[in-house]
Ligand binder design. Structure first.
Ligand code: COA
Length: 386
């Protein structure tokens, strides 16, 4: 039985900061950001586009009434959660008016969360082949003004439907995963910004990729002549590029060049959106599928997922007949093109805005997000959405 990603889409707020402007403001050579980090723009979210609103806006685009009816599981993976107890998936269920006959939960393990969600969804569908699962990765990456990680911020959500006979990518059962407690990146409950040991984080990412690749190779899962593309978790594109580079001496030149060429297509969306934590790997998948015209039905794709703290997994999937029919590249190009460019002052002002935490009522006027779902108010410590 084939199980995998039946549909996939994404949402990102309609405003961004150009990283050349950020470089000038922080007195950094723009090439450090453009080449050294490998990013061009970062999406900036207004307060009304929190992770619930973004998740609903991404998911709405792929859910037909029949899909809604078939859902038995809704997972929101995030590390920018809005509540310590109630799952973001329950807000999404309400906002999208989904059936109540489903499990709605939230998963957290830094940027790995959506992969945990995808694997859980696959297992769920294996047991309940008549049902579908919705997995949404939604995050706002915040490191702080003037921080080392500021250039690797961003905001957005990727939504996927998992089902039998998927239209896009059938997932293989076998994968290699690894967990180990590290202090490379974390966000304590009292902080709205993440803390990171950036260089150490890169080391752990690369070490786990290397260990996992070795294990996968020894189990004959990585024969590169059968691997048409290799995708990476991309907090910033240079990170994935470094991961791929570790294979340069291990692979035949033609295989490495093919993976490199496809890698370039996989970072196009992420370079303009920025880091979306849980969704980054899946935005890479969408970017590859919508920007590379040479991919063929049956092509095998590897996906390397990494979440700080740290959990990593390498898994594989095969492109399904008609996968191209289920993609909307023009819609996504337009979504990115139509965004408003913020000045640095506008970006800093948005960054400093905060929601009330004292129980008072805060009504939000819808920002020009031009999206159906947004946070309308906070009242008595509760969030309300349209
Ligand atoms: N032109 C081109 N490249 C330049 C440059 C210039 N003018 N100036 C610097 N660079 C390059 C550096 O050589 C370096 O390249 P390398 O990584 O290949 O060695 C890169 O730009 C980054 O510069 P560097 O000064 O080494 O790093 P930094 O102290 O600014 O930190 C991060 C970069 C990514 C570690 C930091 O942004 C961070 O902490 N991010 C958050 C953590 C994170 O995302 N971790 C990822 C794991 S999930």
């Amino acid at each position: 039985m084939k199980i995998g990603i039946d549909k996939i889409d994404f949402y990102t707020p309609p405003q961004y900061l150009d990283l050349v402007d950020l470089a000038h403001a922080r007195q950094v050579d723009p090439n450090k950001y453009l080449i050294g980090i490998g990013q061009k723009k970062m999406a900036v979210a207004h307060l009304d586009q929190d992770i619930v609103a973004m998740a609903a806006n991404a998911a709405e685009k792929i859910l037909t009434p029949a899909d809604k009816q078939a859902l038995g599981l809704v997972i929101v993976a995030t590390e920018s959660g809005v509540d310590q107890s109630k799952a973001a998936a329950l807000f999404v269920q309400q906002v999208l008016q989904l059936t109540t006959n489903l499990r709605a939960i939230e998963i957290k393990e830094a940027c790995y969360g959506a992969t945990a969600g995808l694997q859980m969804a696959k297992d769920f569908v294996q047991c309940h082949p008549d049902k579908k699962a919705l997995v949404v990765a939604s995050d706002i990456a915040r490191y702080g003004l003037n921080s080392g990680g500021e250039v690797t911020q961003g905001a957005g959500a990727v939504a996927m439907i998992v089902s039998v006979d998927p239209h896009i990518l059938a997932l293989e059962d076998q994968s290699i995963y690894q967990s180990q407690s590290t202090g490379d990146f974390w966000r304590p409950n009292y902080s709205t910004e993440a803390f990171a040991r950036g260089k150490y984080s890169e080391e752990v990412y690369l070490q786990m990729f290397s260990d996992i690749w070795q294990q996968a190779s020894s189990q004959k899962m990585t024969q590169t002549e059968q691997l048409q593309a290799l995708l990476f978790h991309i907090p910033f594109s240079k990170m994935g590029r470094k991961g791929l580079k570790t294979l340069e001496d291990k692979l035949a030149t033609a295989d490495y060049q093919r993976l490199l060429q496809r890698f370039e297509q996989s970072i196009i969306y992420g370079q303009d959106v920025g880091n979306i934590y849980t969704g980054s790997l899946y935005l890479s998948l969408l970017s590859l599928l919508e920007n590379d015209s040479t991919l063929q039905v049956g092509d095998r794709i590897g996906l390397f997922s990494y979440g700080s703290g740290s959990v990593a997994e390498l898994f594989f999937g095969q492109l399904q007949p008609d996968f191209k029919k289920y993609l909307t590249p023009l819609v996504h190009q337009e979504l990115l093109k139509q965004r408003k460019q913020l000045t640095l002052v506008e970006y800093e002002n948005i960054f400093r805005q905060k929601l009330v935490t004292d129980g008072s009522t805060q009504k939000l006027s819808q920002s020009d997000c031009n999206a159906p779902h947004y946070l309308t108010k906070i009242q008595d410590h509760e969030r309300f959405y349209k």
